[in-house]
Design a protein around this ligand. Sequence first.
Ligand SMILES: Nc1ncnc2c1ncn2[C@@H]1O[C@H](COP(=O)(O)OP(=O)(O)OP(=O)(O)O)[C@@H](O)[C@H]1O
Ligand SMILES: [Mg+2]
Length: 355
Amino acid sequence: MFIFDKGNLTGVDIGSYAVKVMKIKGTTDKRSLEAVGYSKLNHLTFPEDNSRVSEILRNLLSTHRIKTKKAAAVLPGGSFTMAHLYLPNMPKKDMKEAVRWEMRKQITFSPEELVCDFTTIGEIKRGEESMLSLIAFCAQKKDTNQLIKILEDALLEPLIIDVAPMAMLACFDYNNVWENGVNYSMIDIGDSKSTLAVFKDRKLMFAREIAIGGREMTMAVMNKLACAEDVAEKEKIRCEISSGSNQKDRRSEAEQEIIDTVSGVVERLAAEVHRSFDYYQAQFREGSVSKIFLCGGSSRLKGIDSFFENIIRIPCFIDDPLRNIKVEPKKFEAMKIREFAPDLVVTVGLALKCQ
Ligand SMILES: Nc1ncnc2c1ncn2[C@@H]1O[C@H](COP(=O)(O)OP(=O)(O)OP(=O)(O)O)[C@@H](O)[C@H]1O
Ligand SMILES: [Mg+2]
C-alpha cells in the first residue's frame, strides 16, 4: 500500500505574547521537525496592529525558510464561544444546521455573522431516542476574517482555522498513549488566558478558557515592586514558587514577596481549574481527571507543576509536545528548543494537520 503524503500544513499560533510558526515533515509515526520560528509581539494589539503582525509572520517564515504556504491557525482567545450540546442524531448536514440554530441562542451579534463547528463526544440514549453529545464552537465572521487577512497578508493560504482545544488534542494524541476511559487534562497557561481541556478516549470532552495567565502574574509583581514591566517579568521568571514553607528561611524578604505575589495568581488559577473539574464531573458524569499536563509559556514558571499538584491533588506534569517528533539537535539546539517546547503545544497540533 502506498501512502501519499500531501504534506503537513504550516502551523501558525498568534498568541497575545508571541507568534509561533512550525513546519513538521513526514507521515504517521515518523515525523520530524523541519522548522520552527518564534517572535515576541511586544504588546501589539488587534486589530490595530494587524499589518505589523503580518509583517512579523512574513519575516519569521522567510528567516526559517518555511515555504509551505498552506497554513493552519487558531482563533485568538476570547474570540470564540464553546457550548456542550445534546441533539437528536441526524445526518451531518442537518446536524450542522441544528448546531447553528442552538448557537444562535449564545450570541449577542447578528446570526448572519455566525460561524460554527463542532466535535462529537458520543451517543447517549434518552428513552427511545438516540442523542448526540457534542461540543460546539462559534465565532463572529469579522474575527475569522481578521485572522484570515493577517495570514494572507503574510502570503499564507489559510486552509484550516481551528480553536486552541482542538489543536491541543491533536498534539496530545500524537505524543501520548491513551488508556481506555481515563480523563486527561491539558492546561495551556499563556499570557492573557489559560485554556483548559479534558480529553478521554481520543476525544475532547470539555474545554474552558480562564482569564488568568502570565500577564496577570507580571502585573502583580509590577504593582508590588512598583517597577517597569520588563523588570517584573524577569523577577517572575527568576522566582520559584512552592507550596511548602521549608525554604522560606533561606529567602530574603524581597524574594519571598515576589514569590507570594506570583503564587497568589497561580493559586487563583488552580482554584478555577479545580472548580472546572468539579463541574465536569458533576455535570457529565464522566469520572475524575487522572493526570494534568501543563503547557504554554507560563507553565515554565519554576515549581508550578508541584504547586498545582499540591492544590488540586492530581498528578501534574509539564508537557513536551516534541516527545514523539524527531528534533535534530544540531539544527535546533542553538535556539534552546527544549526550553521553550511547552510554549509550542498549539503550534505542534496545527503543524500536524495535513492538506
Ligand atoms: N520561564 C518562564 N517562567 C515564567 N513565565 C514565563 C517563562 N517564559 C515565558 N513566560 C511567560 O509566558 C507567557 C507567554 O506564554 P505564551 O507564549 O504561551 O503566550 P501566548 O500564546 O502568546 O498568549 P495567549 O495564549 O494567552 O494568547 C508570558 O506571560 C511570559 O512572561
Ligand atoms: Mg497561547
